[in-house]
Design a binder for this molecule. Structure first.
Ligand code: FES
Length: 139
């Protein structure tokens, strides 16, 4: 089978879809390869992600990876969410076909963009390198 059961599950029943109206951080990113876009909302209390939701105009793999990414970062400190790689999300989904790996990058980037927004809004200093996306890692 092309897609794992976990991918199909998160695609059919995505977790945490929607908007957080009073989000502390919002990240919107686009995938240059296909034009799909993703918006990530984070609620952050005391440096812990208490809620995460996403909206996407993306393919099934983008939906499944975003769904899994929100599940993985909820309840975690912001610093851990920043370390979430697209590889970790793909592993948690029991894999994606190689030509769909770029879709998982959208979820990772959206989480990072939302954290960056949170840092910016709250005047928290950060190292810009944390938000530099390394294309090599993503392919
Ligand atoms: Fe665009 Fe998957 S094809 S995110």
């Amino acid at each position: 089978m092309l897609y794992s059961e976990k991918v199909m599950d998160h695609f059919r029943n995505p977790r945490n879809v929607g908007e957080i109206p009073d989000a502390d951080g919002i990240g919107e990113v686009g995938n240059a390869k296909c034009g799909d876009i993703m918006k990530m909302y984070l609620k952050i209390d005391d440096d812990v992600i208490t809620d995460a939701k996403f909206e996407t105009f993306g393919c099934g793999s983008a939906i499944a990876t975003s769904s899994m990414a929100t599940e993985l970062i909820k309840g975690k400190p912001v610093s851990e969410a920043l370390e979430l790689s697209n590889k970790a999300v793909v592993e948690a989904l029991d894999g994606l076909p190689a030509y769909k790996l770029h879709c998982s990058v959208l979820a990772e980037e959206a989480v990072k963009a939302a954290v960056k927004d949170y840092y910016d809004k709250n005047g928290i200093a950060y190292d810009a390198d944390q938000f530099a996306f390394d294309d090599h890692d993503h392919e």
